[in-house]
Design a protein around this ligand. Structure first.
Ligand code: FEO
Length: 383
């Protein structure tokens, strides 16, 4: 697959892994992208996951024809991209390996090999000339590992963006970009909004026509749309108006409460995303919490604490700097309801949250009083 006259896609699709990074469901697989720049010198951009080494090398050989590789550029050392560096080095021992100093430390840790005989260490602002194409390296520390760099090809105006602008889904999947890119971003990169903002500022100085990420499709049109979404996500602004409702329910009483709230909101024209945390994909629920401007937490008091799935959900939010939204609570308890107090304490360090005035306390099952509280909460959330 040609990206430009000189840049060829040599990555692979993974449709066999059940989980990505050991936790994210990937029903439509994922791609590990790799690119070849064929110029006076030949540069290969990143490797792929260990299960796909042979397929990737065969793609590389086919694209190379009778040429060889002069440089392997390593933008990121997470094993989904770096696992085949040693294998590459065995097949192309003459090729230089280009990466940041931190990436070389990680290579030593992962492979027990010092690549010092072929290492080209780069830092922010360094350039690598291939002939017509010159790559400029831009440090992107903590997007989302410390060694990450992206690179920009001035000739074809291509940004090789590492994990940034990546998405779940193999390349032969026909699906909207934003949904699975958002779940990927919030889950994997979401903690590092400040670092993504720094990278976006550096990228704003470049004339970018094409983005080549390490996962998902190459982006070659409407770049402003994708950069705009990354700006929204990394600045922790809500993307859309709507109410996410995340709940757990043991015997169906808390579920009855959130369904009543959901119906009232929906009939008032408010967009609602309802997640049963014990059954849904947790990463989808976390994604919805960040997507919308309002969030209702609904859970039971459990062993003097809250139901475990809700505890996990709130930990995912706080770990990713959840902020800038309106939140409300529905708690249930059969003898001493204290779920709201526990949830509030878990959110105590979250910045710029507006707490709803109306919350709901259920004593075991809905009654007139708790149903009236739900009506009041719905009215407040509709304003
Ligand atoms: Fe796609 Fe952070 O590895």
């Amino acid at each position: 697959m040609k990206i430009t006259n000189d840049i060829i896609y040599v990555g692979v699709n993974d449709r066999q892994s059940d989980l990505f990074e050991g936790q994210y469901e990937i029903p439509n697989g994922i791609s590990y992208n790799s690119y070849l720049i064929l110029d006076e010198s030949v540069a290969l951009m990143d490797t792929v996951d260990k299960s796909f080494g042979e397929e990737w090398l065969s793609n590389v050989r086919r694209a190379l024809g009778d040429r060889s590789v002069d440089y392997l550029v390593v933008h990121h050392m997470e094993p989904d991209h770096s696992a085949n560096i040693k294998r590459f080095h065995e097949e192309y021992p003459e090729a230089k390996i280009v990466a940041t100093a931190k990436a070389f430390s990680m290579m030593r840790a992962f492979f027990g090999i010092d690549f010092s005989d072929c290492a080209v260490v780069v830092k922010d602002g360094d350039k690598l000339s291939l002939g017509k194409h010159t790559l400029t390296f831009i440090g992107a520390p903590m997007v989302h590992w410390p060694e990450v760099a992206v690179s920009y090809d001035e000739c074809d105006k291509v940004l090789f963006s590492a994990d940034a602008f990546g998405k779940f889904g193999a390349l032969d999947t026909d699906e909207e970009w934003a949904c699975e890119a958002r779940r990927y971003y919030i889950g994997i990169v979401g903690k590092y909004g400040a670092q993504v903002q720094q990278l976006l500022k550096k990228a704003a100085a470049l004339d970018i026509k094409i983005i080549c990420p390490l996962h998902g499709p190459v982006i070659s049109e409407n770049i402003a749309y994708y950069v705009g979404l990354y700006d929204t996500w990394s600045s922790y602004k809500p993307e859309e108006r709507g109410v996410a409702i995340a709940y757990t329910s043991v015997y169906g009483n808390t579920k009855a409460a959130v369904e009543m709230l959901s119906e009232k909101l929906t009939s008032a024209g408010v967009k609602v995303a309802l997640s049963d945390l014990a059954r849904c994909d947790m990463a989808e629920a976390v994604e919805d919490a960040f997507r919308y401007d309002r969030l209702v937490f609904a859970t039971t008091t459990y062993n003097g604490d809250i139901f475990p799935f809700m505890r996990e959900f709130i930990s995912h939010l706080t770990e990713r700097n959840y902020q800038n939204r309106t939140v409300a609570f529905i708690e249930n308890g059969s003898w001493a309801p204290m779920a709201k107090k526990v949830m509030l304490s878990m959110l105590k360090d979250s910045k710029n949250l507006t707490f709803a005035e109306n919350n709901v306390t259920i004593n075991s099952a809905l009654n007139e009083e708790s149903m009236a509280q739900i009506s009041s909460l719905a009215d407040e959330l509709c304003k």
